[in-house]
Design a protein around this ligand. Structure first.
Ligand SMILES: [Zn+2]
Length: 114
C-alpha cells in the first residue's frame, strides 16, 4: 500500500497548486520517479483514479518518467549513474566507498490543466 500514501500526497500537492492558480480541471500530471523506487506505474494510476474521484483532478493521466539511480563517491566526490560504476568502483578514482544518493525519490515536474 506504499503507492497509496505517495499518491495521496501527490494528489494534495496538485490540488493545492490548482487552487493557487484557479484551475478548473487537471488533465495530466508529469511525475519523475527514481529507477529504484518500488512504485509501479499501473498501481499509481489506479490509486490516483480512486483518490481523485469527484475532484478537479478526476480522470487526469499520470505521465511517469523514470530517472536513473545515482551513486556518489565518498573519496573524490563525483556522482554518476549506478550503471556507470567500474566493477562496482568509482569510475573516476576506483574507490569502493560509494553511496546511493538518488533513485528512490519522486517528484512532480508539472501538470496540465484547463
Ligand atoms: Zn571516486
Amino acid at each position: 500500500m506504499h503507492e497509496l500514501s505517495v499518491i495521496n500526497s501527490i494528489h494534495s500537492i496538485v490540488l493545492r497548486h490548482a487552487a493557487l492558480h484557479k484551475v478548473r480541471k487537471i488533465t495530466a500530471i508529469h511525475l519523475e520517479v527514481g529507477a529504484l523506487s518500488d512504485l509501479e506505474d499501473r498501481w499509481m494510476q489506479h490509486y490516483f483514479d480512486f483518490i481523485s474521484k469527484g475532484g478537479i483532478a478526476e480522470g487526469a493521466r499520470l505521465v511517469i518518467e523514470r530517472t536513473p539511480a545515482v551513486m556518489q563517491c565518498a573519496d573524490c566526490g563525483s556522482s554518476f549513474e549506478m550503471g556507470k560504476t567500474r566493477d562496482g568502483c568509482c569510475p573516476q578514482c576506483g574507490s569502493k566507498s560509494l553511496a546511493l544518493v538518488g533513485g528512490k525519490q519522486y517528484l512532480i515536474k508539472n501538470m496540465e490543466a484547463l
